[in-house]
Design a protein around this ligand. Structure first.
Ligand code: C2E
Ligand code: CA
Ligand code: CA
Length: 731
C-alpha cells in the first residue's frame, strides 16, 4: 500500500555577531523559508549551545566572531554531527579562515557582502537536498519499521509454524511408532491375520498366516480368502456367518480350514469389518488360530471320559449315551433291542491266583473276543471289573438275542492263552429286551443286570432273560437291605436259643444262639432270608457283634438267675471270619461282658473255614488261646481236606442237618454221618448232630456214639424267656 509522507521538519541556525546584518538577513530568511525553523545566535559560543540544544540541519555562520569564531564553532559542530550543512559567510580577505573552513569540510561559503539571491539559492538547494534526504531517511525508517514489523510477523508466523512444524513432527513420530508397533504386533502375532479390501481381496497377511496355512503373502495377495476353505462347512454356514458379520461387524466361530498342502485343520476364526465414517466397508480383518492340538486334547479327554482305558471299550457313561440313541432309533423303527449284561464267573479267583497283570490281560482279551463276535453296529462296553455289556440294537424279537448270547458264551469258553498260561472261563449273562422289559436305558440296564445276577444265582455259566418276578426279588433285596439298616438302629433283631443235649446223660450242656428279625409289619423273619444279603452288604459285621455281645450277656443273665453255666454257641459268618480283627473283637466282647471264655463256643461253617485254611488256623489258634471253644458247622457239606482238619484247633464238628434228615432212609447219609463221627473221635473232637427230629435219628446217632444232639425232638429255638424254664429243668 503507497504511503504519504509529511514534509520533514528543517531547522537553520544563523550565527552573526553584527546585529544589523543579522536582523536583516534573519528577516529575509524568515520571509523566504516560512517552513524553516530559524534560530539565531550572536557568537560562536551561543551558536554551539543552540546547536547542542536543537541540532539544526543547516548552520549559516560568520567566520570572524568574538568569544568563539565561526571556524572553531564549525569544527565542534562537525565533530558532533558531521553531516550538518555549514554555510560560511566570510570576507574575501580572510584567506586563513577560508583554508581552515575547507579543511573542516564546511559545505559552502559565500563572500561578504552577501549576494542575497546567491545565498537564498544555496540555502534552497541545501533545504531541498535535506528535505529529500530526510524524506528518504523517513521512508527508509518507515520501510525499515515495516520491514521489522513484517519480519516480526513473519518470525511469529514462523515460530508458530515451527511449533506446528514440531507438534506435527511429534505426532508423526508417535504415529510412526504406533504403526511400527502395529506392524510388529501384526507380524509377530501368534494368530494368523489376513486383511482384505472392501471386495474381500487379500491385502496383507502375517507370519503366523504363513506358518499355519503354508501360503506366503505374495501367493495370496489379491486372492479371496476362500482359497482357505476346507469344503467341510455347508453353504448355510457361510450364509449365516456373513449375515452376522455384516450386521454386527463381527463374527467368531470354529470351522475347518485347508492348508496349502491340502490337509484340513480346525481353526477358531474371528472376523471384523472396518468401515469409514460414512459406514462404507473399507476392510475385512480375519484372524485365526490352528486349534488342532486343542481339539485333540479335548478329544482325548472326551475319549478318556467315555472309554475304559484297559480294554479301550466304551465305558458305562458311553454305553448309556449310545444306548439312548439306539433306543430312539428302535422306537422310531418299531424294532427290538436287547441288552446283554455279561459277568465272568469266578474272575476274582483267576485274578488272585494268576496276579493282576494276567487278570488285566484276560479282561482285555475278553473285550476283544466280545467285540469280534458281534456285528459292527452292536455296542460292546466294559462296565467295570469283570462286567461287560453288549447292546444289540437291531433285532427282530427278544428271542433273537438268545443265539447271539449263546455264541458269546461259546466264544468266551474257548481257551485263553495269557502269555504262557492257558485259562478257561465261563460267563453268566442276563438279557433285557426293549420294549418288553423297559423303556429307558437305565431301566433296561438294571433289568439286564438283575437277570445276570439271577444267572449267577442259578449256578453260573448260563444265560437268563429278565422276568418281572426277578424284579420283585431284586426290589425285595433292595427294601430288605434298607430295612436291615433301620432294624439295627431300632433294635428289631433278637436271638432265639436252641438247647444242645448230651446224648448219654440227656442233660442240656449248652445252647445255640440263632438270630431272628422281629419286623414291625412282617413279623418274625428267619435268618436265611436276610443273612446272605447282610453278608454282601457288610451289615453282618455290626449285626454279628451285636449277636456276640447279646448272647454273652444272656448266658450271664441265666447264670445270675441260678441256671448252671452252659456253653453258648454263636454262629460266625464267613465275612466275620475273614476279618483280621476277629480275635480282637471277640476278646473285647469277652472282656466287656465278663463271660468266662470257655462258656463261649464259636461256630464256623466248613466252607468258611476251608476258604483260606492257613488264615483259619491262625485265627482259630488265637481264639483257642483265649480259651474260647470252637466248632466246625455244617460239616460234610464242604470239601474238607483231612490234613487241614487235623490242624484246625477245634473242639467239635457239627454234622449238617441235611445228613441227619435222611439217616434212616439214605444209606449214603448214614455212612457219612457214621464216618464223620468216627473221624472226629480219631482226631480227638466231639460230634454234635443238629436237626434231630425223630427217635430213630436219635438212636442211630447214639449207636454211632455221637456226643451231642440238637433238634426239634428236644426243642425248637425259642426266646430267652421261653427257654429258661426248659434249661432250669434239664440241666
Ligand atoms: P445253622 O447254624 O445250621 O443253624 C441251625 C438251623 O437249623 C437253625 O435254623 C435251626 O432253627 C434249625 N434247626 C434246628 N433244629 C432243627 C430241626 O430239628 N429241624 C429243622 N428243620 N431245623 C432245625 P435257623 O435258626 O433258621 O438258622 C438258619 C441259619 O442261619 C443257621 O444255620 C445259621 O447258618 C444262620 N444263622 C442263624 N443265626 C445266625 C447268627 O447269629 N449269625 C450268623 N452268621 N448266622 C446265623
Ligand atoms: Ca450253627
Ligand atoms: Ca448247621
Amino acid at each position: 500500500m503507497p504511503r504519504t509522507y509529511d514534509t520533514p521538519h528543517i531547522s537553520l541556525l544563523y550565527v552573526e555577531d553584527e546585529h544589523e546584518v543579522r536582523s536583516l538577513l534573519t528577516l529575509t530568511l524568515e520571509l523566504s523559508y516560512p517552513e524553516l525553523s530559524i534560530l539565531t545566535a550572536e557568537n560562536g559560543q551561543e551558536g554551539l549551545e543552540l546547536f547542542e540544544q536543537f541540532r539544526p540541519d543547516i548552520v549559516l555562520t560568520d567566520l570572524s566572531m568574538p568569544v568563539l569564531d565561526g571556524i572553531a564553532m564549525s569544527a565542534e559542530i562537525k565533530k558532533r554531527v558531521p553531516e550538518t550543512v555549514i554555510i560560511a559567510l566570510t570576507a574575501c580577505s580572510d584567506a586563513h579562515n577560508l583554508v581552515a573552513a575547507i579543511d573542516l569540510g564546511i559545505n559552502s561559503y559565500l563572500l561578504k557582502p552577501i549576494d542575497q539571491a546567491k545565498l537564498l539559492s544555496t540555502i534552497t538547494a541545501y533545504v531541498n537536498a535535506i528535505t529529500d534526504a530526510k524524506r528518504m531517511a523517513l521512508e527508509l525508517q518507515e520501510s525499515h519499521e515495516l520491514l521489522e514489523q513484517r519480519v516480526a510477523e513473519r518470525t511469529l508466523e514462523l515460530s508458530h509454524t515451527v511449533a506446528l512444524l514440531q507438534q506435527e513432527n511429534a505426532r508423526r513420530v508417535q504415529a510412526e511408532e504406533r504403526m511400527g508397533l502395529m506392524a510388529k504386533v501384526f507380524e509377530h502375532s501368534g494368530e494368523a491375520i489376513v486383511i482384505t479390501d472392501s471386495s474381500n481381496r487379500i491385502l496383507a497377511t502375517n507370519a503366523s498366516f504363513t506358518r499355519i496355512t503354508g501360503y506366503h503373502q505374495e501367493e495370496v495377495l489379491g486372492q479371496e480368502p476362500r482359497i482357505l476353505k476346507s469344503g467341510r462347512e455347508a453353504g448355510s454356514f457361510y450364509e449365516s456367518m456373513w449375515e452376522t458379520l455384516l450386521t454386527n461387524n463381527y463374527w467368531q466361530g470354529e470351522l475347518y480350514g485347508r492348508r496349502k498342502q491340502g490337509d484340513i485343520f480346525p481353526k477358531l476364526l474371528s472376523l471384523s469389518v472396518v468401515r469409514d465414517s460414512q459406514g462404507r466397508i473399507v476392510n475385512y480383518i480375519g484372524n485365526f488360530t490352528d486349534i488342532s492340538e486343542l481339539k485333540q486334547a479335548a478329544q482325548k479327554i472326551d475319549y478318556l471320559a467315555h472309554h475304559d482305558v484297559l480294554t479301550r471299550l466304551p465305558n458305562r457313561i458311553s454305553l448309556k449315551e449310545k444306548l439312548a440313541t439306539a433306543l430312539e432309533m428302535a422306537k422310531q423303527n418299531d424294532s427290538h433291542l436287547a441288552i446283554l449284561s455279561i459277568d465272568l464267573d469266578h474272575f476274582k479267583c483267576i485274578n488272585d491266583s494268576l496276579g493282576h497283570h494276567m487278570g488285566d490281560k484276560l479282561l482285555s482279551d475278553v473285550a476283544s473276543r466280545l467285540a469280534e463276535g458281534v456285528r459292527n453296529f452292536d455296542i460292546v462296553a466294559r462296565l467295570g471289573g469283570d462286567e461287560y455289556a453288549v447292546v444289540l440294537p437291531q433285532i427282530t424279537s427278544g428271542t433273537a438275542s438268545a443265539p447271539i448270547a449263546g455264541k458269546i458264551r461259546e466264544d468266551l469258553s474257548r481257551t485263553f492263552h495269557l502269555e504262557n498260561r492257558e485259562v478257561v472261563i465261563t460267563a453268566s449273562i442276563g438279557i433285557s429286551v426293549f420294549p418288553h422289559d423297559g423303556e429307558t436305558a437305565e431301566e433296561l440296564m438294571k433289568h439286564a443286570d438283575i437277570a445276570m445276577h439271577h444267572a449267577k444265582a442259578t449256578g453260573r455259566n448260563n444265560c437268563q432273560f429278565f422276568k418281572r418276578e426277578m424284579n420283585v426279588v431284586a426290589q425285595e433285596r433292595f427294601l430288605l437291605e434298607r430295612n436291615m439298616r433301620i432294624a439295627l438302629e431300632q433294635e428289631e433283631f433278637l436271638l432265639h436259643y436252641q438247647p444242645q443235649i448230651d446224648i448219654t446223660t440227656g442233660r442240656v450242656i449248652g445252647v445255640e444262639a440263632l438270630l431272628r428279625w422281629q419286623h414291625p409289619e412282617r413279623g418274625l423273619i428267619p435268618p436265611d432270608t436276610f443273612i446272605p444279603l447282610a453278608e454282601v452288604t457288610g451289615l453282618i459285621l455290626p449285626i454279628g457283634d451285636w449277636v456276640l455281645e447279646t448272647a454273652c450277656r444272656q448266658m450271664l443273665a441265666w447264670i445270675a438267675e441260678g441256671i448252671p453255666p452252659l456253653r453258648m454257641a454263636v454262629n460266625l459268618s464267613a465275612k466275620q471270619f475273614e476279618q483280621e480283627t476277629l480275635p480282637d473283637t471277640v476278646r473285647k466282647i469277652i472282656v466287656k461282658t465278663g463271660l468266662a471264655p470257655h462258656l463261649l463256643e464259636l461256630e464256623i461253617t466248613e466252607s468258611a473255614a476251608m476258604a483260606d485254611p492257613e488264615a483259619t488256623i491262625r485265627h482259630l489258634r488265637k481264639l483257642r488261646d483265649m480259651g474260647v471253644e470252637l466248632a466246625i458247622d455244617d460239616f460234610g457239606t464242604g470239601y474238607s481236606s483231612l490234613s487241614y482238619l487235623k490242624l484246625f484247633p477245634v473242639n467239635r464238628l457239627k454234622i449238617d442237618r441235611s445228613f441227619v434228615k435222611d439217616l434212616e432212609t439214605d444209606l449214603d447219609d448214614a455212612a457219612i454221618a457214621a464216618a464223620t463221627i468216627a473221624l472226629a473221635h480219631k482226631l480227638g473232637k466231639e460230634v454234635v448232630a443238629e436237626g434231630v427230629e425223630t427217635e430213630g435219628q436219635l438212636s442211630f446217632l447214639r449207636d454211632q456214639q455221637c456226643d451231642v444232639i440238637q433238634g426239634y425232638l428236644f426243642s425248637r429255638p425259642r426266646s430267652a424267656g421261653d427257654i429258661s424254664g426248659y434249661l432250669r429243668e434239664r440241666c
